[in-house]
Write a protein of this length. Structure first.
Length: 97
């Protein structure tokens, strides 16, 4: 396998792990088990969900492919900005399980 292919696999693996952490963090936050999340992170996540759910986008969703591209970019940017909090949550989760 080429090095470039391995890098792509690593990026996808990391992204899948981050989405899993985000899902787990959301559940623990909702249940009140973990509240060490900065207001900035909660706000950014809520705004990202709102952007993806609401029909008004930068690129309308009815345009096949392109319409979903801006949603994907917003989600990836959100993950990028809150990744530090996700890994802090991961450390807490490992200590408390």
């Amino acid at each position: 396998m080429q090095k470039n292919s391995l890098n792509k696999i690593g990026i996808w693996k990391r992204l899948i792990e981050d989405f899993g952490l985000l899902y787990s963090l959301t559940k623990d936050y909702w249940k009140g088990n973990y509240r060490e999340v900065p207001l900035w992170t909660v706000t950014l996540f809520a705004l990202t969900i709102a952007y993806v759910v609401f029909p008004v986008d930068i690129i309308p969703d009815f345009i096949p492919g392109l319409g979903q591209l801006d949603d994907a970019v917003v989600i990836l940017l959100c993950i990028y900005f809150i990744e530090k909090d996700l890994y802090r949550y991961k450390e807490w989760k490992m200590r408390n399980t």
